[in-house]
Design a binder for this molecule. Structure first.
Ligand code: AOF
Ligand code: ZN
Length: 318
């Protein structure tokens, strides 16, 4: 319980890095001695100090003598490599810390348990996996990218109550102004976005973030026939197969991909098992005929159900 209490504080602190830490993970750290927090910090910005460094910097001079009886809580395993900053595991060892409680292992190839091992070798008691699910979820894009060597993939579609995603040959407005704005927020949070060429040609989607602040994701149209020259607007990426898209995104360090349709494209991702999350918006609308929604994969489970402006948003995970 005590561990969970302080780990919750780490998660709260980590959250402050949401805008600026990426592509690094959001990380929070708390130093505790004699049932009191004597230092805390988070990873503020990519390229700058890690959470642990900021936590140690916040310890008051009069509390420094408590470090050798202190526990440091970190939402992610302390790093063991020289990146833009020196290894946090070494810093923790040099400060004489007694115990380290980590939320989860860092799957980044240069770390992967080496930070934990290095602290154990130095005689520090290390506990791993406190609030692990929450710590992994906080950085789901970073974690998936490093653990699975591909971007985190979110499939999303909107459907009628009777399961159609569009009319045959005609538009169908299912999102509400608010859910539409949330789609723009989602785009701003992700690195790339993809549609199939039928959707691209019929809907002329902009797939930008005009209703939210932030950067547009890389926009990709999946097409076996289209060339980069006839893709308009021209700043889209054109790709012939799904595997090439995934390899391209991994090589260019894009940690996440949103697939916005249409049916064939979504189904192709599902059939290949290439998905981490599926978000379905169901509007209380009935039509008689249309394009049916993709099949929900059998290993999906319901993570969350929300109701926004009368539409139901169901999030599925595996
Ligand atoms: C930590 N604490 O607060 C964070 C960690 O290039 P660098 O030096 O910033 O290192 C980036 C890597 O360090 C990143 O990929 C991840 O493995 C780890 N992030 N580690 O000990 C932190 N943000
Ligand atoms: Zn570090």
């Amino acid at each position: 319980m005590e561990h969970e209490y302080y780990m919750k504080r780490c998660l709260q602190l980590a959250e402050n890095g949401r805008q600026n830490a990426k592509p690094n993970p959001m990380v929070g750290a708390v130093i505790v001695a004699r049932n009191r927090i004597i230092g805390e910090g988070y990873h503020v910005r990519f390229g700058e100090e890690h959470a642990e460094v900021n936590a140690f910097a916040s310890v008051k001079p009069e509390d420094e003598m408590l470090l050798n009886e202190a526990t440091i809580y970190v939402s992610l395993e302390p790093c063991s490599h020289y990146g833009k900053t020196p290894p946090c595991a070494d810093l923790i060892i040099s400060k004489g810390i007694k115990r380290c409680v980590c939320g989860c292992v860092d799957p980044f190839a240069k770390v992967q348990g080496r930070g934990i091992q290095r602290m154990r070798d130095a005689g520090i008691e290390v506990i791993v996996g406190v609030m692990e699910k929450e710590c992994l979820a906080l950085n789901h894009r970073f974690i998936t990218f490093n653990a699975k060597h591909r971007p985190y993939i979110l499939l999303k579609w909107a459907q009628t109550l009777n399961g159609f995603i569009s009319r045959k040959g005609g538009p169908l407005q299912l999102s509400t102004p608010k859910t539409q704005m949330l789609v723009h927020q989602l785009r701003a949070e992700n690195d790339a976005i993809l549609v199939g060429h039928t959707t691209f040609l019929s809907d002329h989607p902009r797939l930008d973030v005009r209703q939210w602040s932030g950067q547009n994701p890389e926009r990709i149209v999946l097409s076996p026939t289209m060339s980069a020259q006839n893709a308009r607007p021209s700043n889209w990426t054109v790709a012939a197969t799904i595997d090439k898209v995934i390899a391209h995104l991994y090589a260019t360090k894009k940690q996440s991909l949103v697939v916005e349709g249409g049916r064939m494209t979504l189904q192709a991702f599902i059939d290949r098992g290439l998905w981490d999350e599926i978000r379905i918006e169901t509007a209380p609308v009935l039509i008689t005929d249309g394009v049916p929604a993709p099949h929900i994969p059998s290993d999906a489970h319901i993570e969350k159900i929300e109701s926004i402006d009368g539409n139901q948003i169901i999030t599925l995970c595996r």
